[in-house]
Ligand binder design. Structure first.
Ligand code: 26W
Length: 841
């Protein structure tokens, strides 16, 4: 764009301005006199979408022509975050749009800020899926993200009197300019009923499913443009509709209300995202959602395949299904059903195709997050699938018996049906049985899968469990969210780092350069000032941007140990109270995150954070040195603000609990130093940035196991550690709850009498480590050097690297470049191909 003549540029900008006006008038039906900010947001977004559309069509045509293997990422969650800014950056159109907006009298930043993000995910797993879509497009690998278009996404969190309150998220109510509905591609999905045997004309015995309910799945496509390439993949989200808008037979018999009720029941399936994280709720509606997603997506993949091929025997050569955790694991019996019952393949052939098509990623080791469905519930909703599972399981257990004769324990553990108590369908076993490759999301996590959770599977199928360490997209997590840092880095080393993050290594020689250090600090300071202004404006809390910003943002969960962070804060508080003239390294402690609505302890932890904040922020003796801020409604949008402003990133989960973590990567890329345990990807982050640039504390997985075996007694730590005792005592005695000793009793008791996540065992090491952090923060040069080195050595954690690894180790797919250069973007957004030459007309 830079070599464009001024005239040409003017022409482009004018066209954009006309397009804004056109969209405002024709799509919104308003003029600049009556337009609201939302109208402008929609008009600008449509203008961009129009420009993206021909890339999209172009990519699809390329797919049809080259017939490459397509990655189909099946996920119950896609936490996209706002689209406008990201799409502008990826298409290289930010500057143009900013200028056209300014010349129209609009502020692009304000318009960008107005976008309400689709909260179609609850945490790391959903966000990872979208980072991966960004990388798939940027690497020009053909891909489709398949998910659910929840009408209500993740709940909005408000903090009322220190407690989390949930409010429904109505992300669609102001219009969604990014999606395009594709009613012609709707699919039918069945539920309930029974199965029956019949014989084909040739006398072959077959099975037919006679469901009691059939609903429609209608796709909505959202384009996912790669970074400065021509590939635009898409995210296809399914929404339920009732099969016919009205069941006239019921209407005619007078049962008007039950006809309407059926319609509502169908629509209920995609109404709402289940917000729980790492805690299963065996709700029928959730299983319906999972099956709905899987059935629509597999039917869609098969339809696409059959539009180009005459049979499905080579399906797996053209479609690679990836199961994002076990949520879409019913894909295993559903693909079998589609192949055997609908497309009439024989069982063995179908099983071969299925096992070559699907792969499974595990995202958690927590036993309570392992999905299992009560057998009765499963069978009443999906009778044919249960039969298929029984048959698959029977054959599979025969294989196990042959390999391990007499090993009943192993049979029982590996069976898809849990018969140890009330009977369940185990989704992990189902996914493992049906997958070509199983992968963990960080080296430590994968090793733990191999050694413990999936040890039987590793023994039976050596090499099937592989590691692909998570990554995040530097486009959204640096370029979009931290423009100041982006500019500084690009001025220093050029812009190649955005597509090859290893290039950041070239910052290393600048780590001790005084001028660069100064510029680096200035970026952080300005980001902190922006945040401080926001705090002041929203909550009237004043904070000095020069103090250390110490941040923990993630879902609230006991294993993530937000309350360990609180114990540190209370310890600092006690030190100052005991010695009023003490000067500590001042800090702003920032928390953010949602608790699952039914998770009692997590909700108490939020209340505890806010109660401690209330006392400390209002105590003149300490508030100049410690401040606490709980950001309500943590989301991707808030992440954009938080990662760039942090000095210290808290990654303090109990070792062996966090599968990977991805926030840890976002912080470090943006120059925050990490205080963390040897957990998840922390281990690899520390390896990369160097142990001297990482604040490590806490027990290792091995030490934890040993301690547990010996018998862990939290009370011993409590009794032998004065400052720990004092901190817990302050909570217990009601110091942070106006004397109420009941409010936090559950937290105190769980720490003293159970402490499943061993906060007390790690407490002293954590405090000592935090003291080292404080001392180091006073040494600006050393801190800045470490900060620069953190960013410089984060190349490994680009999702581009992860996707290249998946392509090689798991999927066996190649890029399929779309030749049209991105600079050749037609300004009107429409590219006409003449039928034979494919040239632009
Ligand atoms: C059924 C309830 C439920 C819902 C969500 C169980 C489990 C989940 C997810 C697997 C939880 C999740 O988001 N896991 C996170 O995945 C990230 C991406 O791999 C990792 O970085 C996090 O460590 C992991 O907690």
């Amino acid at each position: 764009m830079t070599d464009m003549s001024p005239d040409e540029r003017n022409r482009r900008i004018n066209k954009l301005k006309r397009a804004f006006a056109y969209n405002l008038f024709c799509r919104q039906g308003v003029t600049s006199r009556s337009a609201s900010l939302n109208d402008y947001y929609l008009a600008v977004s449509y203008t961009l979408r129009d420009r993206m559309q021909h890339f999209f069509v172009n990519s699809v045509e390329k797919l049809l022509e080259k017939d490459p293997k397509i990655v189909c990422y099946l996920s119950a969650e896609f936490l996209t975050g706002p689209h406008l800014h990201n799409n502008l950056v990826n298409l290289g159109l930010y500057e143009d749009f900013a200028q056209a907006a300014a010349e129209t009298g609009l502020n692009l930043k304000e318009i960008i800020n107005h976008e309400e993000e689709p909260g179609l995910g609850s945490g790391g797993l959903g966000r990872l899926a979208v980072c991966y879509l960004d990388s798939l497009s940027s690497l020009q690998i053909p891909a489709i993200g398949y998910g659910i278009r929840y009408e209500y996404g993740m709940f909005n969190q408000k903090i009322v009197n220190g407690w989390q309150k949930e409010f429904s998220d109505r992300w669609l109510h102001q219009g969604n300019p990014w999606e395009i509905k594709k009613p012609v591609m709707a699919c039918e999905v069945s539920f309930g009923g029974r199965t029956e045997i019949y014989h084909t004309e040739k006398g072959i015995r077959r099975i037919r499913w006679r469901p009691t309910r059939v609903i429609m799945g209608v796709p909505y496509d959202t384009p996912i443009p790669g970074y400065k390439v021509n590939t635009v993949n898409y995210l296809r989200l399914w929404s339920t509709e009732s099969h016919t808008s009205f069941d006239f037979s019921e209407f005619n018999t007078g049962d008007y209300y039950s006809a309407v009720a059926d319609k509502l029941k169908a629509e209920a399936i995609t109404k709402i995202l289940y917000p729980s994280d790492e805690q299963i709720e065996g709700k029928q509606l959730r299983l319906q959602q999972q099956f709905f997603l899987v059935s629509c997506s597999l039917q869609d993949m098969i339809r696409l395949h059959l539009s180009r091929h005459s049979s499905l025997h080579n399906f797996y050569e053209h479609f690679q299904g990836q199961l994002n955790d076990t949520h879409p694991a019913v894909a295993v019996p559903e693909l079998m059903r589609l192949l055997v019952d609908i497309h009439l393949y024989d069982w063995d052939e179908a099983w071969k195709i299925t096992r070559k098509t699907l792969c499974y990623t595990n995202h958690t080791l927590l036993p309570e997050a392992m999905e299992k469905w009560p057998l009765d519930l499963f069978g009443s909703l999906l009778p044919r699938h249960l039969e298929i599972i029984y048959e698959l399981n029977r054959c599979f257990l025969d294989e196990v018996r042959i390999k391990y004769p007499g090993d009943d324990g192993r049979l029982q553990r590996m069976s898809v049906i849990d018969e140890t108590g009330p009977r369940y369908v185990r989704m992990v076993n189902l996914a493992c049985m049906g997958a070509k490759v199983i992968n963990g999301v960080a080296a430590l996590h994968t090793n733990l899968l191999r050694k413990h959770t999936l040890a039987d599977w590793d023994a039976m199928y050596p090499g099937k469990i592989r590691n692909v360490t998570n990554g995040v997209t530097p486009r959204r997590w640096i370029a979009v969210s931290n423009p100041r840092l982006t500019q500084l880095i690009t001025e220093a080393i050029g812009e190649k780092w955005l597509t090859n993050l290893e290039e950041l290594r070239r910052l290393e020689p600048l780590a001790d350069d005084a001028a660069f250090q100064e510029a680096w600090r200035k970026v952080k300071e300005e980001n902190k000032r922006d945040f401080a202004e926001l705090m002041e404006c929203r909550d009237n809390i004043c904070v000095d941007p020069s103090v250390m910003f110490d941040v923990q943002v993630k879902r609230i969960h006991e294993y993530k140990r937000q309350h360990l962070n609180i114990l540190h804060i209370i310890t600092l508080y006690s030190r100052i109270k005991a010695n009023p003239s003490l000067r500590i390294t001042p800090r702003l402690f920032v928390f953010g995150g949602k608790a699952a609505p039914g998770y009692f302890m997590a909700k108490r932890i939020i209340k505890l954070i806010n109660s401690v904040a209330q006392v400390i922020n209002n105590d003149p003796a300490v508030r100049d040195q410690i401040k606490i801020f709980f950001i309500p409604n943590y989301s991707v949008k808030i992440g954009h603000i938080v990662y760039p402003m942090a000095n210290l990133s808290e990654q303090i989960s109990q070792a062996g609990m966090e599968a990977s973590g991805t926030g840890n990567m976002k912080f470090s890329m943006n120059g925050a130093l990490t205080i963390g345990t040897l957990d998840g990807a922390n281990v690899e982050i520390r390896q990369e940035v160097g142990q001297e640039n990482f604040f490590l504390f806490g027990l290792t997985v091995e030490q934890i196991m040993e301690l547990r075996q010996k018998g862990y007694r939290p009370m011993d730590y409590y009794q032998n550690n004065e400052s720990l005792r004092a901190a817990i005592e302050l909570i217990r005695c009601g110091h942070f709850s106006s004397g109420d000793r009941e409010l936090f009793k559950s937290i105190v008791d769980s720490l003293l009498y159970d402490d499943r996540y061993m906060l007390l065992a790690d407490y002293q090491d954590y405090i000592d480590c935090q003291d080292r952090v404080s001392r180091l923060f006073e040494d600006k040069k050393s801190w800045t050097r470490m900060s620069i080195l953190n960013t410089a050595r984060m190349g490994k954690f680009s999702s581009d690297r992860s996707i290249l690894e998946y392509s090689r180790k798991v999927w066996d797919v190649q890029p399929c470049p779309v030749e049209l250069k991105w600079q050749e973007l037609p300004e009107d957004g429409i590219l006409f191909h003449s039928k034979d030459s494919g040239e632009q007309a």
